[in-house]
Write a protein that binds this ligand. Structure first.
Ligand code: NAP
Length: 510
């Protein structure tokens, strides 16, 4: 499968211009071919000028036209077959089976949004009929509907090269809303990005939509992303990645002469609260479920449970032995790139060196340095140390978790109340513990976008009821989701039409 190594603007690859950079693989030390070329500020301008020129046609394609386009992207992604998965495997180190299921999730997401468009309810049309006889004032007809915001920039994360990348949830929902998209490719998987971008270009062509409706900008400098966010033709930003990156782009967007919305989905610690009754009846089962959730995908999930809280006592001690045993048996796995591995190792070492924090156990198998592996790690501390030490409230991206013992339920509730915003929060309890479960959830619903009872946070279902977001710092706008059909709402703007005679050309698409 041949690659150009350049950005895609207006329906095809551009001439190589900016600085060259190599795609790296976590699986071997040699750089991957071909070389990629960083997009320039002039490319940002070209991409956004083309996007602006395409916006009317994309909007006028209507729900049916855009539904066909989204389905076309899904078909093109499937027709890239195994070579797409192989390139993604080389660039990310993720196993082929996992990549195959992630691609299915991505095509399923595109088709789900197409089905949503066909229903038309996404427009949330509200009509107040005229009341000409009303006293003391007549009322004109009022109609409120939703319109696309305009060109959107999408920044994907390294850990989901399909589902949160070039043709992932942000791009799919922005297209569904009728917004042209300019993607800043993640520098950790530029080849996968180019192949996926090619699929979108072909789907646009097959749907008779203007090629400017999509662009892919390659690059690994923060300056490129910032130039994109600051461009005056850009109307909104979708970001998935680290808190540092999301915050930088949020600040850049807000310091523009005309600020624009940034929907940044960032890291999360996904706390899990373990009540004694649940541990009494299901200690081994919960330990196995949590270990799987902590280490799956090398712990490189934004929904990885990074904090476990329980009440000191015999149930928690028994559970700790089960958890230690399961974590010792878990195998190291290849992390996405050497920087993530370094940052995982140094984060774990910093936490373990804090007074009051201990390494409870780690994988019995040492990591393979040549394979950029991270080792499953269980750290432990007491609630006083956890509450006092700010750095323990930050995500460490990789297969580790912090196990915190509280002396009683009151302290557990204090811990819940002190949490920062999260994507998810989970409680394991029993019917007999209903009061404690209720008290926890009434605090946790202020803290997280998804509450889980007797379950695990990893595995984000793509559906109508999903909410993937949460109060800051989990996301920059807790009212919106990055996953599921409601994700379309981020890219729409309400407009009210007053005293327009219907039917009119404006209602044809309603
Ligand atoms: P990342 O380093 O923040 O990168 C994400 C994208 O943002 C890249 O394209 C990156 O490109 C760009 N970027 C980062 N910092 C920037 C800055 N200061 N200015 C301009 N652009 C910037 O994230 P990652 O390492 O790929 O992903 C791991 C993180 O994502 C974890 O924290 C994980 O929890 C989170 N995540 C969240 C979700 C969610 O749904 N909430 C899902 C998956 C992952 P450059 O490097 O070229 O600048």
């Amino acid at each position: 499968m041949s690659l150009h190594g350049t950005s895609l603007i207006n329906g095809g690859p551009i001439a190589p211009g900016g600085h060259p950079f190599a795609a790296a693989s976590p699986l071997h030390p040699e750089p991957l071919s071909p070389e990629f070329y960083e997009a320039t500020e002039a490319d940002v301008h070209r991409a956004l000028t083309a996007a602006e020129a395409a916006r009317t046609a994309l909007e006028e394609a209507g729900s049916q036209g855009r539904a066909r386009f989204l389905e076309g992207i899904a078909t093109e992604l499937e027709s890239l077959g195994v070579p797409l998965l192989e390139r993604a495997h080389l660039e990310t180190g993720l196993p082929l089976e996992r990549l195959a299921s992630e691609r299915s999730r991505t095509t399923g997401q595109l088709r789900l949004l197409a089905a949503l468009l066909r229903e038309e309810r996404w427009r949330d049309l509200r009509v107040d009929p005229p009341l000409p006889e009303r006293q003391p004032l007549a009322r004109p007809e009022l109609r409120r509907t939703l319109l696309p915001l305009g060109p959107v920039a999408v920044f994907g994360a390294s850990n989901f090269p399909f589902a949160y990348s070039v043709a992932g949830g942000d791009t799919a929902s922005a297209f569904a809303a009728g917004c042209p998209v300019v993607v800043k490719a993640h520098p950790a998987h530029p080849g996968t990005s180019e192949l996926t971008g090619g699929a979108i270009v072909r789907a646009l062509r097959n749907s008779d939509l203007p090629p400017g409706a999509f662009a892919l900008l390659q690059g690994r400098s923060h300056a490129l992303g910032e130039a994109l966010v600051r461009h005056p033709l850009l109307c909104a930003v979708g970001f998935t990645g680290s808190l540092r990156g999301g915050r930088a782009l949020f600040d850049a967007a807000n310091s523009r002469p005309a600020p624009i919305p940034v929907f940044a989905e960032m890291g999360s610690l996904n706390p899990v609260f373990l009540l004694p009754g649940a541990l009494h009846s299901r200690a081994a089962q919960i330990a196995a479920g949590l270990t799987q959730s902590i280490t799956q995908g090398g712990g490189q999930f934004c929904t990885k449970p990074g904090l476990l809280f329980g009440i000191a006592g015999p149930e928690l001690d028994a559970f700790q032995s089960n958890l230690e045993e399961a974590m010792r048996a878990a195998l190291p796995s290849t992390l996405l790139h050497s920087e993530i591995q370094r940052s995982y190792e140094s984060g774990a070492a910093r936490a373990a060196a804090l007074p009051g924090v201990q390494i409870l156990t780690e994988s019995a198998r040492p990591p393979e340095p040549a394979l950029t592996q991270g080792r499953p790690l269980l750290l432990g501390t007491d609630s006083a140390t956890y509450l006092a030490e700010r750095s323990l409230h930050e995500e460490n991206f990789g297969p580790s978790t912090l196990f915190v013992k509280a002396p009683n339920l009151e302290v557990l509730l204090q811990i819940a109340a002190r949490l920062e915003g999260q994507l998810t929060a989970a409680v394991h309890g029993t019917d007999a513990e209903a009061e404690a479960v209720g008290a926890l959830f009434s605090i946790l619903e202020q803290k997280a976008g998804r509450l889980i009872y007797n379950g695990y946070p990893t595995g984000v279902e793509v559906c109508a009821a999903m909410h993937h977001g949460g109060p800051y710092p989990a996301s920059t706008d807790s009212r919106f989701t990055a996953v599921g059909t409601a994700a379309i709402q981020r890219w729409l703007r309400p407009v009210c039409y007053q005293n327009f005679a219907a039917p009119s050309r404006w209602w044809n698409n309603l």
